[in-house]
Design a protein around this ligand. Structure first.
Ligand code: ACO
Length: 333
């Protein structure tokens, strides 16, 4: 689904992120399942990931990230008109995690809801809120990617448990003033014929958790990694190319590409196919692993706060996840 020209430009006024304190290293995992630091680093690039404390829910991670984004944007929680949380690990099936975040922040004027698009959720939320702001429905929005994937990880499955981590990233979007940067182009897509490649099969109406199947790990993530890998590279390349073309940019114009943080080999393949040098591609998955909807949001915040790009720079975000889903955004900062 592509973009048509917006009436009002929308900018990112602030970003924030939060990861739990507890670090789970590859070495610790290797003591529990049949894996090694060498295998994990060579195949994925991941060195360690963060694990939320007991009693620390997705909404807590989200709220911490949101507070930092609001502070950077110079907006009070009461000023926020829309909150979207992208997550596949909500605090509760209902109400939405965004409602818990609204309460914790005291953002009493905000309309709040969740979206479920796995790793693509943050950019889906960006496109939805950009459109709602540019159409004049809201003046601003707080979008958050937040996950407690440790709660849906099968800790005895070495093919998945080494990949995932917990964390949250947030951004405040608002109408851009003249001369400010803006979200120039967005793209998102879905291929529902490939739902089986990456799923949490149990816990919904298709396969409720019962006393008979409770020990079958149906409530955890399962993935056909090789297949997902192939689609991830192709779809992310196509989505990034579309927003770059729509923005009227050349690869050499791009100061920074921020891809979904799932696998360093996927990231390298995309950089190669987009003809963007590796040093202009932001990577932090060695520290956090794959945090699904949070990953690109945490990376955006880290890149922003460490001065990887500056005002006026052209940056591209591109993501991929279960669904299968994918999305990209071209942003002039
Ligand atoms: N430690 C040691 N060996 C392992 C491990 C492990 N942790 N995991 C798998 N292996 C073994 C396998 O059993 C297999 O052994 P075999 O050859 O004897 O059968 C071998 O290593 C190779 O396994 P593959 O699955 O083929 O390994 P691959 O190189 O494909 O890497 C990985 C697996 C890392 C999962 C990769 O396929 C990948 O990153 N896929 C994409 C994931 C992704 O992008 N997800 C995005 C969305 S996530 C979301 O939406 C929540």
């Amino acid at each position: 689904m592509s973009e048509t020209k917006s009436v009002i430009d929308v900018c990112i006024a602030g970003t924030g992120s939060y990861v739990p304190e507890r670090i789970l290293s590859n070495e610790e995992l290797a003591a529990k399942v049949d894996t090694s630091d060498e295998w994990i680093v060579t195949r994925t690039g991941i060195k360690e990931r963060r694990i939320a404390a007991e009693g620390q829910f997705t909404s807590h991670l989200a709220t911490n990230a949101a507070r930092k984004a609001l502070e950077q944007a110079g907006l009070a929680a009461e000023d926020i008109e829309l909150i979207i949380v992208a997550t596949i690990t909500p605090d509760t099936p209902t109400p939405a995690t965004a409602c818990h975040v609204q309460k914790a922040l005291g953002a009493s004027k905000a309309v709040a809801f969740d979206i479920s698009a796995a790793c693509s959720g943050f950019l889906y939320a960006m496109k939805i809120s950009k459109r709602l702001i540019s159409d004049g429905a809201f003046k601003n929005a707080l979008i958050i990617g937040a996950e407690k994937l440790s709660s849906v990880t099968n800790w005895s499955d070495r093919s998945t448990c080494v990949l995932f981590g917990d964390g949250a990233g947030a951004a405040v979007l608002r109408r851009a003033e003249p001369g400010e940067g803006s979200i120039v182009a967005t793209e998102m897509g879905t291929d529902g014929s490939l739902t089986h490649l990456l799923e949490i099969p149990g816990g919904g109406t298709a396969c409720p958790i019962t006393s008979e199947n409770v020990n079958d790990n149906l409530q955890t993530l399962s993935m056909l990694g090789k297949e997902v890998f192939k689609h991830a590279v192709n779809r992310m390349k196509e989505a990034a190319e579309k927003v770059i073309e729509r923005a009227g940019w050349q690869p050499e114009d791009i100061a920074c590409v921020i891809p979904h943080q799932a696998n360093l080999r996927i990231i390298d393949a995309i950089a190669d196919r987009l003809a963007v040098p590796n040093e202009r591609v932001f990577v932090n998955l060695h520290k956090y692993g794959n945090t699904s909807a949070a990953a690109v949001a945490i990376a955006l915040d880290e890149a922003n706060r460490t001065g990887v790009f500056k005002r006026g720079d052209k940056i591209v975000l591109v993501v991929f996840g279960a669904g299968l889903t994918w999305a990209a955004a071209a942003i002039e900062w």
